[in-house]
Design a protein around this ligand. Sequence first.
Ligand SMILES: [Zn+2]
Length: 368
Amino acid sequence: MLNQNQISSANIMVVGCGALGNEVLKNLVLMGVTHITVVDFDIVETGNLSRSILFTKADAEQRRLKIDVVAERLKQLNPDIDMTTICGDIAYNVGLGLIKQMDVIIGCVDSRWARFCINRLAMRAGKPWVDGGIDGLEGTARVFMPGKNCYACNLGPEGLKDLARRMPCSGIIRRQEQAGSAPTTSIVASVIGAIQVQEALKLIQPEFGTSLCGRMFYYEGQHMEVHTAQYEAYDDDCAEHECWHPISHTKADVDTCVQQALHIWEQELGADEVELCLANDCFVDYVSRRDNDERTMVMCPGHKVEEMVEHNNTLCGLSSAALYQNEYKHITAAFPYPDLTLQQLGIPSNDVVHVVANGKDYYLALSK
Ligand SMILES: [Zn+2]
């Protein structure tokens, strides 16, 4: 029997509000979960409607954000739920401080890269996470727990190659549609989404049943095959297992400028010199010369460079015309832009930063 108090006091994060995310969220609310955080940056499109219970045609026509729509619909199912929505990318926009507050993270994403990022955050925060994947009439579910098994350790050579290309699986689905084979269906999303929620509840309340952790659940609808297989690789040398512990608090927040933050940390940690290690991204500056010999400079988090070049006409052709490019992973007093805020470096709010002082690692939770 489920302990309803335990379930309703749990904090669960759902990453991705697509077909799987819809099923997972619906089940969470029906099972009595009340504290839910959702992360997604997409808008509702007509193509989503055939497999997403929470979206309507009007949402697609109004191009509403998926996070806003799911929050509204789930509140209709249970007006007492407490929803937090984050419009962003799990790789760059979710602070570790928020992940730390979660009991379980449920991944409803469609790329190896996004899974890799969830795994890294979960490991750093010491939290379990439940993965789901659907493809045509096939689906899988897996549970990862720090100290027991790890998504990165279970990626084979193919997986690692794919990760390097950061290819979202939607590309695979598009190719399948063109080739006439079945895309994702609501049926497989229902099966896998249900298993994910069942496993998430076991993580909150272990008496509920035996966890899938260490095995993979596999479902294939066409020939009706269902089985579990061992899935427990955990390599002691894996760089992804780094648990950020202990975490202490700092006065600095995302609006603090670099110079000031370094100064605060020198004082707080009793060091003459400190170094901020950008853990998820690098900071990049580009200097380019256009036809009239005018120099254009761009400074931004590494993952934003392509977007900046694409969307800003004045920077057209920047990447090819770049005179030089610097990437900063480690920020010290020598960083040339001391007036930029931590947010401008790409650090999300409610994050934990990795600071090295006197040769020692410190993990500092930013003030809110
Ligand atoms: Zn690993």
